[in-house]
Design a protein around this ligand. Structure first.
Ligand code: ADP
Ligand SMILES: N[C@@H](CCOP(=O)(O)O)C(=O)O
Length: 293
């Protein structure tokens, strides 16, 4: 038996659509696997009632297939599904790390990234790696079709999750098919600034690099109260604010000591818009950890 804790993640970070991701120190899924002749999946925890236990429909089923590793699998969800916090990815990442260990497949963490991404294709139609990479490797990650790089970054974060669901599959339908050269130049400049900020663990540079004029404005329209919550977070001291993943969670990058005030301001702004929400005071953290074997 192997048990792995796989963290929530925030993808895109504004300017890095389908490329940037960050592991969050909390919340997390806990995935336990045991060898079995046939694969079975049991799901408990936050939002478990919305998650299919059929291996054909659960993200971990694709990981079992890719590793040829049938197992009895228990997923304890700490990351709510359809959150923008990499819920589907956390289970896939945890299963990839756990099954690799259970069956002694000998794959490196980097080699597990494309395998876990197969799970994302099951739910969103695209095997994007920007959530599974940080959930496996930890830190701030940059993924391309060729490779993944990860950097440890000490950055305080608040993610605020409203009590509404946005599926990644639906939110990918609003992504524009084209962009102007001006918008591309602005986005590349912001993304490069953000990457330098991560390498320096500098929340001001990271925050300055989060703006994205192409995808985020379309995604923000799907989140009631987005503009007010964003403004409230900046007024409370956030260095940068954007949609987390495909939403509806909103991520704020903070300076040390500012998380409590930013979290309260974001919750108040959602409440003013008539929406219940939960805020996690978290930080960029480690990837999947083997808890027991
Ligand atoms: N192990 C899993 N954990 C979470 N969601 C899963 C899992 N397997 C399948 N799903 C499905 O994936 C969808 C949520 O994924 P997604 O829309 O990408 O949201 P998130 O941003 O939270 O990952 C839901 O329809 C859910 O039922
Ligand atoms: N790059 C993807 C990331 C989706 O993240 P999730 O946490 O919402 O699953 C996208 O923006 O579609």
């Amino acid at each position: 038996m192997v048990t792995v804790r796989a963290p929530a993640t925030s993808a895109n970070l504004g300017s890095g659509f389908d490329v940037f991701g960050a592991a969050l120190s909390r919340p997390a899924d806990v995935v336990t696997v045991e060898k079995a002749a046939e694969t079975t999946i049991e799901v408990t925890g936050v939002g478990a009632q919305y998650i299919p236990e059929d291996p054909e429909k659960n993200t971990v089923g694709a990981v079992v297939e890719a590793l040829d590793a049938p197992a009895r699998i228990h997923i304890d969800k700490g990351v709510r599904p359809a959150s923008g916090l990499g819920s589907s990815a956390a289970s896939a990442a945890g299963a990839a790390v756990a099954l690799n260990r259970l069956y002694d497949r000998g794959l490196s963490r980097s080699e597990l990234v494309p395998i876990a991404a197969e799970g994302e294709a099951v739910v969103s139609g695209v095997a994007h790696s920007d959530n599974v990479a940080p959930s496996i490797l930890g830190g701030f990650t940059v993924t391309t079709t060729e490779e993944t790089h990860s950097v440890d970054a000490a950055i305080p974060i608040v993610v605020c999750l409203p009590d509404v669901a946005v599926s990644t599959r639906d939110a990918r339908r609003v992504v524009p098919e084209t962009a102007s050269m001006d918008a591309l130049v602005e986005t590349v400049g912001n993304a490069a600034t953000l990457a330098v900020g991560m390498c320096r663990s500098d929340p001001d540079l990271v925050g300055a690099g989060m703006n994205d004029p192409i995808v985020t404005p379309e995604r923000a329209r799907l989140i009631t109260g987005y503009d007010d919550v964003r403004r409230a977070a900046f007024d409370a001291g956030a260095a940068g604010v954007t949609v987390s993943g495909a939403g509806p969670a909103i991520i704020s990058v903070c300076r040390d000591g500012d998380r409590r005030g930013v979290a309260a301001a974001m919750l108040d702004a959602f409440a003013d818009a008539g929406i219940d929400a939960r805020a996690y005071q978290t930080r960029i953290g480690q990837g999947s950890v083997v808890l027991d074997e």
